[in-house]
Design a protein around this ligand. Structure first.
Ligand code: LIP
Length: 274
């Protein structure tokens, strides 16, 4: 499988660069075709759909026995089922709201899971030419340079990423505001890039120290989990304990100590599982 992983990685890498060019060529367009999905501000564009099709077509022709979980396929009714088979987990444009507004923080998030654990992770922001990569056991990289988490192990020294999300659920919104109120006096600062994958990439390269969110999906976090852990960080459930990739909840941090402190502080929210 090791040799195969190299082939899987090389094929995914080249397809990601090809799709990045497509996204970058369209980011400044003011005539994007935008539709809504689960709610009034949960957007999908023709670029999201086209990139997912290119990735699935390219990977399935190269590896016919591989399976796929893609954001747009699932939103059109395909199964979101993770088996032991090699499975590509795809968010074709993570940060679609940012893409719609030409705000340059969107990325392709692509991961390969084998026997239900991540083996390859790729996060590519073509607008800023940031290519985050990881292969299990081989470390994490930004544009080919090795990256590591900050190692910060105290909330009082931490820059925390958290999101407002694209759901207008009043209970969730209340809990987001409660967590902002609780954390603001204790941490260095709160930030939101509008992309789960890019938030996780910031933790992986030490530009932020932790990120948590309720309401994300496996395709938002699949690549980021491996890139963070290969950079020396941790990925857990926001209440502590093992991450459950279909629970729509995630917390990553530069150290277990920081993860535990943050989990202890958070007001919890439990979305309906995928
Ligand atoms: C986005 C996530 C982000 C979340 C947004 C949205 P999308 O994914 O990356 O963390 O806050 O609500 O779900 O929809 O742009 O692929």
């Amino acid at each position: 499988m090791a040799n195969n992983l190299e082939t899987f990685y090389d094929t995914a890498y080249n397809l990601t660069l090809k799709c990045g060019k497509l996204i970058k060529s369209r980011t400044s367009s003011r005539t994007k075709k935008v539709e809504t999905k689960s709610g009034a501000i949960d957007f999908v564009t023709e670029t999201d759909q086209e990139v997912e099709e290119i990735l699935i077509q390219g990977l399935s022709s190269a590896f016919p026995d591989h399976k796929f979980i893609g954001e747009e396929g699932v939103s059109q009714g395909k199964q979101c089922e993770l088996t032991d088979a090699p499975t590509w987990i795809i968010d074709p444009v993570d940060g679609t709201m940012n893409f719609v507004h030409s705000f340059p923080h969107s990325c392709i998030s692509l991961a390969l899971f084998v026997e239900k654990v991540p083996a390859i992770g790729i996060i590519y922001n073509p607008m800023l030419d940031q290519l985050f990569t990881a292969r299990k056991g081989h470390g994490a990289f930004l544009n080919g340079e090795k990256i590591t988490v900050s190692g910060i192990n105290s909330l009082t020294d931490a820059l925390i990423m958290m999101e407002f999300g694209t759901s207008r659920d009043p209970e969730k919104r209340t809990i987001i505001l409660e967590n902002q109120q609780k954390l603001m006096p204790q941490v260095h600062g709160l930030r939101a890039l509008g992309s789960a994958a890019l938030n996780m990439a910031m933790v992986a390269c030490g530009a932020a120290d932790a990120y948590f969110e309720y309401g994300i999906h496996i395709w938002d976090i699949a690549a980021g989990e491996l890139i963070v852990t290969e950079a020396g960080g941790v990925c857990i459930d926001p209440a502590g304990g093992e991450v459950d990739r279909l629970s729509r909840r995630v917390l990553v941090a530069s150290s277990q100590e920081l993860a535990n402190q943050l989990a202890k502080e958070l007001v919890q929210f439990y979305p309906e599982r995928d």
